[in-house]
Design a protein. Structure first.
Length: 267
């Protein structure tokens, strides 16, 4: 996994079409579910943005039995050197991994599996130039994080464990890598020890969900719902691509969740 390019340089991604059951996606607080059409529109715009950013996108068919299966980031991790099948930390999502496995085996020579009994969601794992950060959360436990570090080691990478603030679904719900030196985070996560050495941009109070951005090549996908964060990122010189997230936020999701991204060598 030795890295000669930025961790946000991607030429390949996998996404999955939302199923009509997405209206029943998991949520911590029910503010009313999303509509299928609303999620589909946000997802279509997301795929277009990935393609505009120079990424070849493989679109998988919807899975009615799994309302949250649009969030392909959670059941697996992908790298240039291989993929890791994870064990999502919530019962209704565990079998999503088996649904992703065939395409990953087709696309990667090496596919490892997170050994039992650990559990880990991809939403808790941040790629950075100093290695992966694995946030412990209600979805990612210590056994999962430790087993994952061993898998990442087998692929030639390194990782360290972090904490996810209480009440936050995933580590990356509240923080994201913006460039090789900079993270954007909520106040609750900005001072985390793992971010020592990074420049930090803190999202304004009231715009906490805006901390889930997605750096893809030379652009940053950011939620269109948080104007102060958009302006802040723009003022700091990032090329921001605003994308609507009103519907997916109703089921606790943000922009990173909807794809698996990697740099495929030899193309
Ligand atoms: C869930 O609770 O699993 C979904 N409703 C949202 C998953 C969001 N995934 C992510 O942040 N990586």
């Amino acid at each position: 996994m030795s890295q000669t390019r930025s961790v946000y340089e991607f030429n390949s991604a996998i996404v999955r079409e939302p199923s009509t059951s997405v209206v029943n996606g998991l949520r911590a607080d029910d503010r009313g579910g999303p509509t299928y059409d609303g999620v589909k529109a946000e997802h279509d715009a997301y795929i277009a943005a990935l393609r505009n950013a120079g990424v070849e996108v493989t679109v998988l068919p919807p899975l009615e039995a799994f309302p949250d299966s649009i969030f392909v980031e959670d059941p697996a991790l992908v790298f240039t050197s291989g993929a890791i099948l994870l064990r999502p930390g919530t019962p209704t999502r565990v079998e999503e991994t088996a649904e992703l496995a065939p395409i990953l085996r087709e696309m990667f020579d090496t596919v490892l599996e997170l050994p039992a009994p650990g559990q880990a969601d991809g939403g808790d794992i941040m790629y950075t130039p100093i290695g992966l950060l694995i946030g412990l959360s209600d979805r990612t436990d210590k056994a999962g994080a430790e087993a994952l570090i061993a898998c990442i080691d087998k692929l030639g990478g390194k990782a360290q464990i972090a904490e996810t603030p209480k009440g936050v679904l995933h580590f990356k719900t509240a923080s994201s890598l913006l460039d090789d030196e900079t993270v954007v985070a909520t106040t609750a996560l900005a001072d985390a020890a793992v971010f020592e050495g990074f420049r930090k941009i803190v999202v304004p109070e009231g715009e906490e969900p805006a901390a889930n951005v997605l750096r893809v090549n030379d652009v940053v996908f950011a939620s269109a719902n948080y104007p102060r964060t958009l302006e802040m990122l723009d003022n700091k010189g990032y090329r921001v691509v605003p994308l609507k997230t009103s519907q997916i936020e109703r089921i606790d999701a943000g922009l990173s969740c909807m794809s698996l991204r990697w740099y495929r060598d030899g193309e």
